[in-house]
Design a protein around this ligand. Structure first.
Ligand code: ADP
Ligand code: MG
Length: 382
């Protein structure tokens, strides 16, 4: 089991602990194909180009999903990271993009063609079922909305002013948040649909049902090894972010303007945190907004993060698409400077101190990977 865990983690880390994916949604009925300005490169799955009034720009990311990519194909790419949750790693998956770019489609998906949320929790069940002879397990789900910096419980709307606290064990917690144990994939569907119906939406000029809040599905998996009684905890955060469109385009005033300002601030803070993690900065600015505070535990250490940057393909949305691609580019950049170079004549692995990361040398830095900043805190061995 230990060997399997280590090999699986190595495979995930080879792809990078923080990865950025772009997903382009298909045109809708009102858009014309000749107005498509976002194109994928047929020869390179990590490259796309955007045609702007001033010329064509190319963007690189870890993987581009073309408009015809299915929910299955998207989930296949996400699956290894979801499964690492069962080995005690914390996982965050985000969908970023302007309203109407397909964030909710990617995360929730239509009932008949589920997105990452439903698929990942079902997959956790199925994988744990196969390990039933080895482990006892419990899956608990909470659903949260962050609206105007206030945390609301999507499974109990009377709890609309929840607060983040640090508990005695040093972990962050939200006292009073509803956490429901799910015992089957069917339980998961009914819970997710209850939370979905409670999500805040407000009409704006940019989109009739613009999402003005961040919605987070939090899954906690606790496993007890039947033989050794060792307890492993993994957490999964599935985040459907609020729309990233600029305030000026939404024609927003008053309350809606205030909402937009909170959204802009939290999205840019999220970008700063991910950039700081990728650049291995010593100070990570988690404290500046509720979204990053809430996810602090799950973003540090050897946690795994996937960011889906969603794009609408049409010329009318090109400015928003470019701004989303700039966000993707900002968080994709990784600094590969080593802390101390290896001395001549000796191999780097011998001379550099070992990181607290499965005994690998601390210079084990790959493009798109992040070195540990702190030891992981959630894995408990009794
Ligand atoms: P957002 O959550 O970013 O505001 P939505 O997920 O609601 O955007 O998507 C906007 C519209 O586009 C919806 O009608 C949705 O069904 C459709 N859509 C988005 N992505 C896809 C896709 N990959 N395939 C088919 N339809 C999509
Ligand atoms: Mg949405």
């Amino acid at each position: 089991m230990e060997l399997r865990k280590r090999l699986h983690n190595t495979m995930v880390e080879l792809n990078g602990n923080i990865r950025v994916f772009c997903r382009i949604r298909p045109e809708n009925a009102t858009e014309e194909s000749k107005n498509t300005v976002i194109h994928v490169d047929p020869l390179d799955q990590g490259l796309l180009s955007a045609t702007t009034p001033t010329g064509s720009k190319q963007f690189h990311c870890d993987r581009v999903f073309a408009p015809l990519c299915t929910q299955e194909e998207v989930y296949d790419e996400v699956k290894p990271v979801i499964i690492s949750c069962l080995d005690g790693y914390n996982v965050c998956i985000f969908a970023y993009g302007q309203t109407g770019s397909g964030k909710t489609y990617t995360m929730e998906g239509p009932v008949s063609n589920a997105g990452i949320n439903q698929r990942s929790i079902t997959d956790l069940f199925n994988t744990l079922k196969q390990r039933e002879t080895e482990v006892e397990y419990k899956i608990v789900v909470s659903m949260i909305e962050i609206y105007n910096e206030k945390i609301r419980d999507l499974l109990n709307l009377s709890k609309d002013k929840l607060a983040i606290r640090i508990c005695e064990n040093g972990l962050l917690d939200i006292p009073g948040l509803t956490a429901i144990q799910v015992d089957s994939p069917a339980d998961v569907s009914s819970l997710l649909s209850k939370g979905r119906s409670n999500r805040t939406t407000t009409a704006t000029d940019a989109n009739e049902k613009s999402s003005r809040s961040h919605a987070i599905v939090r899954v906690k998996v606790t496993m007890v090894n039947k033989l050794t009684k060792a307890v492993t905890t993994g957490r999964l955060n599935l985040v459907d972010l609020a729309g990233s469109e600029r305030v000026s385009q939404s024609g927003a005033t008053g309350q809606v303007l205030k909402e937009a300002q909170y959204i802009n601030k939290s999205l840019s803070e999220l970008g700063n945190v991910v950039t700081a993690l990728r650049n291995r900065q010593t100070h990570i600015p988690f404290r500046n907004c509720q979204l990053t505070r809430l996810l602090e535990d799950c973003l540090v250490g050897d946690s795994k993060t996937l960011m889906f940057v969603q794009l609408a393909p049409n010329v009318n949305q090109i400015n928003e698409s470019i701004s989303s691609l700039n966000f993707a580019e900002k968080i994709s950049k990784v600094q590969t400077k080593l802390n101390s170079p290896p001395t001549s004549g000796e191999s780097a692995a011998k001379t550099l101190p070992l990181a607290k990361n499965n005994g690998r040398p601390s210079n084990f830095i790959r493009f798109n990977s992040v070195r540990q900043t702190k030891p992981r805190v959630v894995r408990q061995n009794s």
